[in-house]
Write a protein of this length. Sequence first.
Length: 481
Amino acid sequence: MFIVYNIKIIGGECMSFVNQNSCLLTDSIGNIYNFLWAEEKINLIYFDRSLQKVNKSTIIEDCTEEFDVTIDKKDRIFLVCNKNNGSLIFLTKAFGSWSEELILEELNTKIYNLNIKLHDFKKHIVFCIPSNESNYVYQIYHYYYEKEKWNYNIIGNISRKEVLNPFQLINLDESLYIFYYDLVKDIEQVFFKKYDLNSNTWLDEIKLTDTNNSKMYLDTIYSNGELNLVYSEMKEGNLVIQYKKYEDIKEPKEIDSYELSNKANCSYPTLILYESRLWVVWTEYENIMSSYSDDDGKTWNGPFLWSESKKSDVLRYKFNTNDKEIIISHNLNYSFGKAYPDLSFIGFGDIKNAVKTPIKKKDGRKEEVKISTNKTQSKPEYKKINIEEMKEKIDDYNRRLKILEDYFKEAENLKKWLEGNYKSETLKKLGQRVSTLEENIGNDKIPNKDNKKLENLEERVEEIEEFLKRRRRPLFGQRRE
């Protein structure tokens, strides 16, 4: 897997996913550009590959968090950003220096979903602003540079509910496409439009999804003549990762559909094609999770929990590259990765640092290792037990206990309930029991009593989880009937 560069972090503090707008570029000779927005500034962390040196600088100040960056085949970098005064600024880095150009004068409203894309040697910028009629209706604008000036057209209007979802520009079959959400009978559905290069207009929209559940986020990649789509879908009051594949982009036909995650807070689904293996990576309770397919999305393996995500700050980078080796082995728009100074991708590649986690069955139960509790069974027969499966089960308990601990800290009513009903079985003691089981497995000791401990542990954890499920509110206020 591609590693940007690796500077070790001192200490072992547990970190988490950081929702910060950030872009990662690499040029044709392997130099790295990490752009991040913080405190109304767009900052650049630049790594010079030949000198093995890092330089930090501020590119522009007084900006909103809306910005985007890309790189052309000549290693020129283009950055577009929204200033706090409402203006839209376009910056170019060429021959070692930056130049600045004003695209739009001061607007009386904020810009959202700012994107830049290079296509057919033209620079394309897309964003949306609230319409005059309603803050729940947005107008999508498209600016393109032609004949030495900026021109524009209006792609159309979109509507939202509580959240404004992102949209995505991709180059597909030598054409430019935009994918976005719009409401149909008050439900989010995914649409796309194709850009006509000859007329500089956008063709009629095509709808991809038709389920009756609310949706969030999206990512797409096009491979082997097929479109891959992922998004988060609301089911039973929580988010689950949904994968779909379509053939014939002119008249899309859905040919595969899979639910890849548990019903949890599963967000920011991300598609990555790496060395012929298709990955879907997402966040779940601030952990990085993923599943992969070796047959172009027909079947899936996972999900996997990446232990590194517990030890470092992790961001979701928008990614562009001119590095030929990366282009050959990778196809992606985004990737999760560790934050500076330990920049590296995470969530796909070698799974030795990941732990496979179970998917709950439709009845709410989990796939479990079946272990006999017959007291007359002789000790040697316990060697037949699948140690790896037991380790996976213990790792799953640790993950679930971590989630419970987070709720324990935040919910006073839960704390009182736990203290009143489980004084002898607090989360701390549950964790101690897990540690004892881990120690026994590590020493190849699986005494008969540990079989009963596993059963009791599962009952205790599931009972607390069921309580949380009853008490937890929906993610976005009241559920819509």
